[in-house]
Structures are given as structure tokens and as C-alpha cells.
Ligand binder design. Structure first.
Ligand SMILES: [Zn+2]
Length: 237
């Protein structure tokens, strides 16, 4: 586990350590898990939560298979945005709006249904919902719709830390490889619910002027010019 900000821990796992799960320390002890990675991370995530004083709840950044994988097995109530409840509680490993035919590379197009099923932990019972402005472990919930309708991030003003799930990608999901160091991109439209809103949400994140953006896949994005990096990211795809 890697400490990425005050009281915030990152656990990376699965394919090329490409899946990120975050644990945020709560004032009275214990942690909140933000995003649930893939199913194969269950043992490591349970051990991490135990080591950090016990798991209070799981918050899904969104309900995609590679973000809900450990959630059914963590022994804690699971929360998400109201617009993700139906997908979180569904058995389907692909969201109904995903259109893999838009992916330009044929082998990548073919392998994703298999990967998504392998990453998925299946349907998750949602205990409650979160909306923009709600407070979670000293962070504020921000709605970043687009890649998924109810995608949410967590934002902490005092040190400008943003946990953003798949609001931005540091990977090229259409080619299954990392983007060059320091680059970011709006997720490929093949995955998205509403691509125009996804771009708007990347701009909304840029306007917060984060010092660090902790994403669903890859090392946290840091740097002096994060606002410009994110504004450029909104225009890719
Ligand atoms: Zn996603």
C-alpha cells in the first residue's frame, strides 16, 4: 500500500497493477474504501482495511465491473450515487450503454467482454446513496457524470486532493496501454454513457485545480500544471 495523501492509502492490483482502490482514514478510526477494483483484489483489500483499523463502508466511484469487483465481499455497507444503483445491483458485467464496437483495435475489442467478466464480482446490494455535497471521511462528494451517469469523486479542499475514479484515464483503454507519463485523457466514448458530459466533467475537475488527482487506473496524477493537463485531457476523443 502506498500513502498518496494525508490519511489516504492506495492499493493497486490485478493486470499490471492497473486497478486502484483507495482507503481514507475516518476521524473516529477505521477507513472508508473508495472504489472496489476487481474481484481478484478481495484478499488484499480485506487485509488492507483490517490493517488500517477496519472498514466502515465502501463507496463506489461508479458501478463498472472493474470498480465494483471487491464490493460484495468486503463485509461492509456499499454506497454509490443514485444514478448508479441499477447498474451496481445488476448481474451484467457490461453496462447497457457500453458500445465496444467503437474500439478501433479488433483484438482489444474482443478481449474486453472476457476481461470485464473476469474482473467483476457480480451484483452489489446498495445500502444507501450519495449526492454532490455530501461529506465522506473529510472529503466532499462531487458528481462527474458522463463516463457513467452517477460517477462521483471525493474532493478535499484543504490539500486539494481529488479521488476521481474514471473521470479521467491515465491509460489508453482502446489499446490497453499506459499513456505517456503526465498525460491524461477523457475515457474513450466506447465505455461512456454520455461523452459530451464526460468532457464537461473533466473540465469541472480541472476547475477545482487539484494538487493531485487519484484515478481508477495508474499512479496518482500530480504536477504544477494539472489544470492545463486536465483541460487538454477533456479534448482527447
Ligand atoms: Zn469505468
Amino acid at each position: 500500500m502506498e500513502r498518496v495523501a494525508d490519511g489516504v492509502w492506495l492499493l493497486r492490483g490485478d493486470l499490471r497493477k492497473g486497478m486502484s482502490v483507495y482507503f481514507v482514514e475516518e476521524e473516529g478510526g477505521g477507513v472508508v474504501q473508495f472504489d472496489a477494483g476487481s474481484k481478484s483484489m478481495t484478499k488484499a483489500a480485506r487485509a488492507a482495511a483490517e490493517q488500517l483499523g477496519g472498514l466502515k463502508r465502501v463507496v463506489l466511484g461508479h458501478a463498472h465491473a472493474d470498480h465494483r469487483g471487491t464490493a460484495p465481499f468486503m463485509g461492509a455497507p456499499v454506497f454509490c450515487h443514485a444514478d448508479e444503483v441499477a447498474d451496481a445491483e445488476s448481474d451484467a458485467s457490461l453496462a447497457p450503454y457500453m458500445d465496444l464496437s467503437q474500439l478501433p483495435v479488433a483484438p482489444v475489442r474482443w478481449i474486453y467482454p472476457f476481461l470485464l467478466r473476469r474482473w467483476d464480482g457480480g451484483a452489489v446490494k446498495i445500502a444507501g446513496t450519495l449526492a454532490e455535497g455530501d461529506e465522506v471521511a473529510g472529503f466532499r462528494v462531487v458528481h462527474f457524470p458522463g463516463h457513467a451517469p452517477g460517477l462521483i469523486g471525493l474532493w478535499r479542499e484543504r490539500d486539494r486532493v481529488a479521488l476521481v475514479s474514471d473521470t479521467v484515464y491515465l491509460i489508453d483503454s482502446a489499446r490497453l496501454r499506459a499513456l505517456p507519463e503526465g498525460e491524461a485523457s477523457v475515457p474513450h466514448p466506447a465505455w461512456g454513457w454520455d461523452h459530451a458530459q464526460a468532457k464537461q466533467s473533466v473540465r469541472k475537475l480541472a476547475a477545482l485545480e487539484p494538487a493531485v488527482a487519484c484515478t481508477g487506473h495508474g499512479e496518482p496524477l500530480r504536477g504544477e500544471n494539472l489544470r492545463e493537463t486536465l483541460e487538454r485531457a477533456a479534448d482527447k476523443y
